[in-house]
Ligand binder design. Sequence first.
Ligand SMILES: [Mn+2]
Length: 439
Amino acid sequence: MIQGLKIRCVLALLFFLVAATRASAAAHGARPEEFRSRRQAYAVRANDGVTILFNALEEDLREFAADKNFYYLTGVALPDAILVLSPRHPQHKETLFIPERDPAQEKWTGPKLAPGAETAQQIGVERVLALDRFQSELTTLMAGQRKVYAILPARKRTTPPSTQEGHVSRLRLLFPFAEFLNAAPHIAHLRMKKSEAELSLLKRAIQITIEAHKATAAEVADGRQEYEVEAALEYEFRRRGAARPAFPSIVGSGPNSVILHYDKSARQMQKGELVVVDIGAEFEEYAADVTRTYPVGGKFTPRQREIYNVVRSAQEAALKEVKPGVAPNKSGPIHRAAFDYIESHGKDLKGNSLGQYFIHGTSHHLGLNVHDVVSEPGRPLEPGMVITVEPGIYIPDENLGVRIEDVVLITETGYELLTKDLPRTVEEIEKLVAKPRRP
Ligand SMILES: [Mn+2]
């Protein structure tokens, strides 16, 4: 009996260890093998050249964050790192270049990964070499190749050039005879469909955002400042494990409720106003994006209720159109349904229809970026894609703005509402705001 018990204990311990390991792998989302398979899937699309990706970050970022394309293919956010994919090279298909460790610097900023086999093993990349070998190795990896895939600037050039542009111009000098092609749409093509591991991170970011909405709605009170609501929301993000807000939080009351991207949060709220709260937590690089509109003081006026319900029904009409095969852009049926509903219900103070006050699109993709990448405009939805559905009406003459934004995962037959745990009806919203708030 004792022996058996011991074995059972050992088995239980083993099981626990296995479970714990799996849990921690799950907690960190995708494992190295998944990042490797993403690189392989990418290389199939861009197999006629060498891809060079910089983990390039722009100066205006508050803290170091990953370049999302770079992160998507590597799972690491290492400053100054460069990934080279060379599918046609006889030996080396993937090489990551990272800076050598700097013990003096590490006293300030903590230990870093070192170039070498150990790091390669750990992150699952074939080779990890020191950054100062980049130029000489690249010449070898490029041998016989004419095409270079890199992230080419999407919009017109900025002055001074972005970090990414600077890197790419130096590459052009290095390989004056190469043909430069854009890697971005190929990575975007893959990024648009989320894997199970990605969905678990995205759902976590969304759940944190929902909890923040619920915990903070009661802060929307007469005489309070918008920044108090913002602070409470971001406190809830961080204490639930989010790294940061995925974008500047929008808390816009009264006249600010009609400004789509108002992010100053510097106004005192007054009873009888509406507040648009458009927020998203970032969890392990994945962004949520969920909007609710709350009445200050806890009661919608009859007019606010009327407009709110037009937006809510427009959202329902839009959701009915969400399924594989439709384009989620402004010319597709999702936006059309939302717009048509708004255009045909309710009036402004002059008796005009309300379509003119719905000035943005209904949907965007959501993922590593809050407005996630698209490989080509109007690409139809497929199972595994994640989009927002967010109609709104903004009437400046009435200081009346309403936006309701939810997130859906496209399934084989339609969609799954990922934000179902956050109330949307007038009555539920009023109840949330009326909850006792912290002193
Ligand atoms: Mn949005």
